[in-house]
Write a protein that binds this ligand. Structure first.
Ligand code: GLP
Length: 238
């Protein structure tokens, strides 16, 4: 695991976008694992601008998103599919059927779909204040595959900032499991802001702590990159 601290979230976005485009230039059939939330937005912005400048095509790239709320379809502006269309997909030359999202229908097959596509080459992750990755809440099993989960009150409260009322936040979601995520060949976890500092401190203790799902990344030896801004890194020692 490599920890990289940058001054701003924009710098983080630029650097990871550069790395992803470098990999796509070497293999234009990459499989990307994508995340939603406010954290990856600067990365998606940089991917759009840099790929235009460097004329990199996404025609052969397939994407698998980490998670989706139960009960919100693609037309709902709070669904993660809508978010991805608005913030990334519509700006690039992806083929229309190249995007995959977990759903109540494909849930038990989602891991197989990923495997059949060749496995995830690059996985982008954010982190919840409680250490969740995707919607793997504290104490989710390490063996978990894509599954339906109940969201914690903390997650519902945090995610309510995107909804008109806290009552509108779905209480269930479909998420890749921890074992699904750990299979990705390369992982970039991004954390920005002081509210992530505590979870980052726990994650970087170097061992797997079930109450902090992100700490499962300690079990993967190579190709895990943790990008932090200075705020998210405030509780780390030298
Ligand atoms: C949601 C998503 C996570 C994301 C987290 C943090 O719960 N399921 O994948 O990492 O929120 O969101 P943000 O980046 O907005 O802080």
């Amino acid at each position: 695991m490599k920890v990289i601290i940058k001054k701003t979230k924009e710098e983080i976005g630029e650097e990871i976008a550069k790395e992803i485009l470098k990999d796509i230039k070497e293999n234009d059939h990459l499989i990307l694992g994508l995340a939603t939330g406010s954290t990856p937005l600067p990365l998606y912005k940089s991917l759009i601008t840099q790929s235009k400048e460097e004329e990199v095509s996404f025609k052969n790239i397939k994407t698998f998103n980490l998670d989706e709320y139960c009960g919100l379809d693609a037309t709902n502006d709070q669904s993660y599919r809508y978010f991805m269309n608005e913030n990334l997909f519509k700006y690039l030359d992806f083929e229309p059927n190249s995007h995959h999202f977990p759903s109540t229908e494909n849930c038990s097959k989602y891991d197989d779909l990923i495997e059949e596509a060749g496995g995830i080459d690059i996985q982008i992750l954010g982190i919840g204040e409680n250490g969740h990755i995707a919607f793997n809440e504290p104490n989710t099993s390490l063996d978990s595959k894509t599954h339906i989960t109940s969201l914690t009150q903390n997650t519902i409260k945090n995610n309510s900032r995107f909804f008109a009322n806290v009552e509108d936040v779905p209480t269930k979601a479909i998420t890749m499991g921890l074992s699904t995520i750990l299979k990705a060949r390369k992982i970039y976890l991004i954390a920005t802001g002081k509210n992530k500092a505590e979870a980052i401190k726990t994650m970087l203790e170097g061992k797997y702590i079930p109450s902090c799902p992100a700490s499962a990344l300690n079990l993967k030896e190579n190709d895990v990159y943790i990008y932090l801004d200075e705020d998210a890194a405030t509780l780390l020692k030298e």
